[in-house]
Write a protein that binds this ligand. Sequence first.
Ligand code: SAH
Length: 221
Amino acid sequence: MNGTDLKGIGMTSARTRERLANRLREKGIGDERVLEMIRTTPRHLFMEEALSHQAYDDTALPIGYGQTISQPWVVARMTELLVERGAPRKVLEIGTGCGYQAAVLAGLCDEVYSVERIRPLQEQARKRLRELGLARVQLKHADGTLGWASEAPFDGILAACARAEVPRELLDQLADGGRLVMPVGDTGTQWLTVVDRDGDQFHSQRLEPVRFVPFQRGVER
Ligand code: SAH
């Protein structure tokens, strides 16, 4: 796909994206930097064509392998929390999935690293991000439980999958003054959780209830 094609796609769905951004604002998203990313990131390109007519509805959609592209409100809310105290320079995402959240982060942060445990999803995300000119997002097929040690520390960490507790490695890889955003909880209720690091202290806040796919262990080929 070349730049002209992308521009054409952007033009045809710009109005629907604007509507989505307005809806997210009504639902409480107040950060204009985040709303701008919702307006400019072509979510329909991150899913199968058969579902693309629903791309700008505020719902999660299947992306295969039992996984989903997160609901736009969730992406916006997590991003807003991550950049609340100033956009982090270097960010780690756990659970690339289709790559949409990574594309949103790439517009706000200097360096984005993202890991995915299901190889075909990771490969597809790489292709899409490259087509969108976002090849500088660093992707890895790996178990996010371990973070990305060789690139740590990260000013921000965002996990798009839920577990009963934040993995220790992720806390260790958070820079001093950094923030982690992750859904925490088991198969019952999960809570959007923010953890701020201050030296060796970790301050945790539990925010709204959410629904995410599980943060699993190990990788799938
Ligand atoms: N960020 C995506 C959300 C994808 S859903 C978006 O923009 O919509 C969450 C993803 O987390 C799934 O693709 C799932 O395979 C992945 N995941 C779950 N456990 C993981 C782990 N331990 N390491 C890496 N990825 C994981």
